[in-house]
Design a protein around this ligand. Structure first.
Ligand code: ATP
Ligand code: MG
Length: 438
């Protein structure tokens, strides 16, 4: 895409109302714009990143055996009365009346909807186990929306729901998601620490929050220094019940707890290896047994003909919040440093002299060849000062920059810069092309 035809409204100064670095950079780099308190429009660059994050989440859910569907954003109050949660949920729920005075709501989560859908079609033990998920907008009327997309009112969530015959089955489903989550975050360059957590209004007795360390995070956390190693992908067989349990037990062996779940004895035992920090909650998983299936009348016929009430769990990932978390973890004074997996484009071409025929011919040619090779490329073809182009490119944080200027071209070279390391090399245009398409 040519920058001259793009819509990337960057800002020089940090907006006064943005307090944390990710919020500032998202506004400055033209990723989002606020349209009402806690409600954001996703501008073209931000939307590209959002879709990449979403796609990684999707691939890892699929790999773990979950099946995607799409539920509506608007739900009926009646469903929530069936579970008994309509009155309990409180002011975070946006309650609406339609023209017939029927009560509806903008879904803050979807346990009721999915339980009703599954109830209406699952008949026997053969229909289980299943894990269903969707990636859909949620609305929660947060008391204090803040930090941009970190705590919005409208936000994108991946929510999955598992249905099993018994508690042992449900634990296996839980373990699938546990490992899928760690792989999801690792692919985005994030180390997320699973921490024992409170279950809140979702309910249940087994729960982990996945927390990315960041000094600006809202949660106070305590953990063993072993967690400070970089995240790795685990190649696992998700159907291997014992193998998966071993992996989960391995991860949970090292102490990690939020403020609410601190364990003095465990911390004393760790001694000097105990670390304290702040963090951003990027996911939360729950096992809650028959909390929704029992009151909502979900039951199936067991292998012996008797009735079984399925055990359920639910599993959320803050897809839009993740963008903030990634930026908190990966930026410098000049702007965002996108991990390649979620970058809006892989390469930025800077034409230093749009008024110079040779520079423009070389830049146009490289742009065409990268496009033809399927490399995602943003081409700064504007008639602007080089300094302004460098600043914009650093701000929006593409992993690679190719700088094409008249002096270099005379010697037959362009400059290739790695945004993360800052390393610059001069090389022939064909060699730059070869590197970027390798
Ligand atoms: P929090 O404690 O941050 O309010 P929660 O426990 O209410 O989170 P869940 O109901 O478990 O959140 O939702 C699943 C995930 O959705 C969270 O882990 C978080 O990443 C994300 N999320 C929750 N609320 C918001 C919000 N207001 N804005 C953006 N993302 C959110
Ligand atoms: Mg909340």
């Amino acid at each position: 895409m040519r920058l001259s035809r793009h819509f990337i409204p960057v800002m020089k100064e940090s907006p006064a109302d943005a307090q944390i670095v990710s919020h500032k950079l998202m506004l400055r780099a033209g990723l989002i714009r606020q349209t009402a308190a806690g409600i954001y429009a996703w501008l073209p660059l931000g939307y590209r990143v959002l879709r990449k994050i979403e796609q990684i989440v999707r691939e890892e859910q699929d790999r773990a055996g979950a099946v995607e569907l799409l539920m509506p954003t608007i739900q009926s109050a009646d469903l929530w009365r069936q579970s008994g949660r309509y009155d309990d949920y409180g002011a975070e729920m946006l309650r609406i009346k339609d023209r017939h005075e029927r009560e509806i709501l903008f879904g803050p989560t979807a346990e009721e909807v999915i339980t009703a859908i599954f109830r209406d079609s699952a008949k026997s033990y053969r229909d289980l186990p299943r894990t269903l998920y969707n990636i859909q907008w949620k609305f929660r009327d947060e008391v204090r929306p803040r930090f941009g997309v970190m705590r919005g009112r409208e936000f994108l969530m991946k929510d999955a729901y598992s249905f099993d015959m018994d508690e042992a089955g449900a634990r296996h489903s839980y373990n699938r998601m546990f490992v899928a989550y760690l792989n999801t975050y690792a692919r985005m360059g994030l180390r997320a620490i699973p921490m024992q957590a409170d279950t809140g209004p979702i309910g249940g007795d087994l729960s982990h929050e996945f927390i990315v360390l960041a000094p600006t995070g809202e949660s106070e956390v305590f953990y063993h220094s072993n967690w400070e190693k970089p995240a790795e992908l685990s190649a696992v067989d998700f159907d291997d019940v014992d193998g998966l349990q071993k992996i989960v037990s391995g991860y949970t062996a090292d102490y990690a707890a939020t403020d609410e779940k601190r364990d003095e004895a465990a911390e004393a035992a760790i001694g000097a290896d105990l670390r304290q920090s702040r963090g951003v909650e990027v996911g939360h998983i729950f096992y809650f047994g028959t909390k929704y299936s029992a009151p909502m009348g979900l039951k199936v016929q067991g292998p012996d003909g008797g009735e079984v009430i399925p055990h359920m769990g639910s599993y959320g990932i803050g897809v839009s919040r993740l963008m903030g978390a990634i930026i908190e973890a990966s930026h410098d004074d000049n702007g965002i440093i996108w991990p390649e997996a979620v970058a809006p484009y892989k390469v930025g071409i800077i034409n230093m002299r749009a008024d110079d025929a040779k520079c423009t011919a070389a830049a146009d040619d490289l742009y065409a060849k990268l496009n033809a090779a399927g490399v995602e490329v943003l081409y700064d073809d504007r008639d602007e000062r080089g300094g302004a182009k460098f600043a914009t490119m650093d701000l929006i944080g593409l992993p690679w920059q190719v700088v094409i200027g008249p002096k270099g071209l005379e010697r037959g070279v362009v400059e290739l810069k790695n945004r993360k390391s800052g390393e610059k090399v001069e090389l022939a245009i064909e060699d730059a092309l070869a590197r970027l398409t390798a």
